[in-house]
Design a protein around this ligand. Sequence first.
Ligand SMILES: NC(=O)c1ccc[n+]([C@@H]2O[C@H](COP(=O)([O-])OP(=O)(O)OC[C@H]3O[C@@H](n4cnc5c(N)ncnc54)[C@H](O)[C@@H]3O)[C@@H](O)[C@H]2O)c1
Length: 385
Amino acid sequence: MKRLNVGMLGTGFMGRTHSNAFNQVKRFFDLPYDIVLKSCYSRDAEKLARFQKTWGYEKCETDWRKIVDDDEIDLIDVVTPNFLHKEMVVAAAKAGKMIICEKPLAMNYEEALEMEEAVKAAGVPSVVSFCYRRNPSVALFKQLIDENRIGRPFHYRATYNQDYTISKKVPVGGASLWRLDANVAGSGVTGDLLAHSIDCAEWLNGPIARVCAHTEIFIKERQNAVTGEATPITIDDACMFMAIFANGSLGLFESSRYARGRKNFNTMEMNGENGACYFNLEEPEYLQFFRYADPDTGKKIEDHLTGWQKILVTNSEHPYMNHYWVPGTVIGYEHYFINQLADFLLETSGGAPVYPVPTISDAVRVQKVCDAVLRSAREKTWVEL
Ligand SMILES: NC(=O)c1ccc[n+]([C@@H]2O[C@H](COP(=O)([O-])OP(=O)(O)OC[C@H]3O[C@@H](n4cnc5c(N)ncnc54)[C@H](O)[C@@H]3O)[C@@H](O)[C@H]2O)c1
């Protein structure tokens, strides 16, 4: 068994999902690691003490550098707001630690390149948490593409919509609404939500070649949660963009935090010559598939039952599902993080992941597309990648 002492930087929503994954992963996957939750960081001492107790960390620090500099720590997990990612990842790489980092990788492409350089120079393994790839239905989507069941792709469509900032009374800044502050988040829905959509799109349909975008700020000033002052909003509240993929297919992407009724409406659809696939995170255990032609012969399947199939992705032959319960029983959001961690630890120990994990270099690519989208919206023109 290899020693794996974990240092968690951040104790919010993602601090919880990642800590849960470290606690659970060996209960479902066979891994040659002795995992110990060694230390966790938050700047808020009171919350930190509660977090440490709840998730079972041996110690805690209000100075994250002490964790990075600790020789006992083998892996640094960065789950802080975006503006801290670069400094933490570069320091962790220089200290020779394995790295997990939340998305978006950085505030912008330049920062992302700096992080990639540090990680490459150190030669340390890394994964960026594009967790939706690890939903079994999305992984099955990928499998159907690889099996040529979609065939030549013509269209790719993605939405990622929420509705929690519609009220003018929602403030900006502070511990919970840092996502509305450009100095802390980098961008709005583009980095926060579309980064996921772009990652899945390029994973499923290959590189995006050019983009044309429009962004909107619906409420241009909000009260600052810390200072109480009226503060201009500069992040994108909504973003829509057209994309042309290198394979010639056409992409449409939409994301908003003003889509009334939508909480985490993450969808992806691909329409090809042989078939089509649709995934919707509001029904995460299902994958919809339309079978038109035989993947081997390309011939139309003559069948009066042709139509959309809604596949319940819980059988043991479906990706990841043989690690969990019995067919027909669903798994949930937290399992994407467990699956991701399992694949990362399998990869780093010479085992066989279900799919290779997205590294810092993959995330640099996503950051490049995000920056191109924002530039396109600013300059009102197509941007080549
Ligand atoms: N993979 C996913 O699906 C997913 C989902 C949510 C968030 N994220 C990413 O995870 C990261 C953390 O997001 P979250 O939802 O856990 O955030 P959160 O607000 O729940 O928690 C952030 C943590 O950082 C602390 N913090 C806030 N502002 C800080 C500051 N200025 N300096 C130091 N610490 C600060 C908070 O106290 C908290 O411990 C972000 O990069 C976000 O984009 C990814």
